[in-house]
Design a protein around this ligand. Sequence first.
Ligand SMILES: Nc1ncnc2c1ncn2[C@@H]1O[C@H](COP(=O)(O)OP(=O)(O)O)[C@@H](O)[C@H]1O
Ligand SMILES: [Mg+2]
Length: 338
Amino acid sequence: MSVVVQAQNLRQIYKIRRGMFREPALLQAVGGVSFSIEAGKTLAVVGESGCGKSTLARMVSLIEKPSEGTLMLDGSDAVNTPAQDKRRLRQAVQLVFQNPYGSLNPRKKVGAMLEDPLAINTNLDKAQRVERARAMLAQVGLRPEYANRYPHMFSGGQRQRIAIARALMLKPKLLVADEPVSALDVSIQAQVLNLLSDLQDEFKLAYLFISHDLAVVRHIAHDVLVMYLGHVMEQGPKAEIFERPSHPYTQALLASTPGVGARHVQRIVLKGELPSPLAPPSGCVFSSRCPYAAPRCSAERPEPLPVQGRVVACHFAGQFLESGFPAVASADNAALSG
Ligand SMILES: Nc1ncnc2c1ncn2[C@@H]1O[C@H](COP(=O)(O)OP(=O)(O)O)[C@@H](O)[C@H]1O
Ligand SMILES: [Mg+2]
């Protein structure tokens, strides 16, 4: 299979200004993420709000340069891109956002919006562009005559179909979708997810699919990458992550989403609050909330290492994967679950 995108150790550090007389603070939004996605496959990135998902999306869709790391897209270096590859790479990756209304120009008819990328990047004449736009509307399950309507005339789900159509006009290899169904009703979510699956099969698209919702991820992912405070906690094939989650954070996420995951997984409830990314815990960034944290965990950052068919960043992953993590004092757990 062909690898469409390969990221190695992607890192994004933002400088936060703190007034005239103080040094800017450094906020590491993404701290060294690696993955690859093949044509026709979906890597889902999950984690709580603020863990760096959108920052990762912006780096992979070439909106922001990473502070460190390498990104190979469609066979070319996408960080230090040779001039002759720039245009091709910009077309190879497209982004779909959570809020389709914000990303669609309210003053433009849908047809014109779909034709624009063709006018700029191809030699197709007007009649051909109109035809392509109409064909793409049909492809995303909308009527071709909707080309003459404005975005406000559509429902949320239809608008997201239009945003997807626009993203596909230049035949990208990779679609980065940042919470693409999170603003939609659950019944509509499933329809849009099914559409994305169909389009993936048809065009052999690679997806970087970002969601905080494990129920959605289970629907669409082939592989899953679990992030916490900018770092990868666990990544691997969907079945491994959902059936045998081996990082305590993955287990906690699964436990907090009704109806997903393995029944035998410990219900663990996290203690405390999400730390500030400006002052992340030392050692393992998850250590301040981990029910199994030992002294070593706040002293030493665990490297992501391969353990039984997935990669886990936990000092105890290998030890506990077989036997399960030990039971947590239930009084503690109960007190924190409310
Ligand atoms: N442009 C920016 N400048 C400074 N900090 C940012 C910027 N973008 C995001 N952040 C911070 O980086 C962290 C990760 O944000 P984000 O990638 O949006 O997370 P998520 O999409 O998972 O909610 C957050 O702490 C956020 O406040
Ligand atoms: Mg986000």
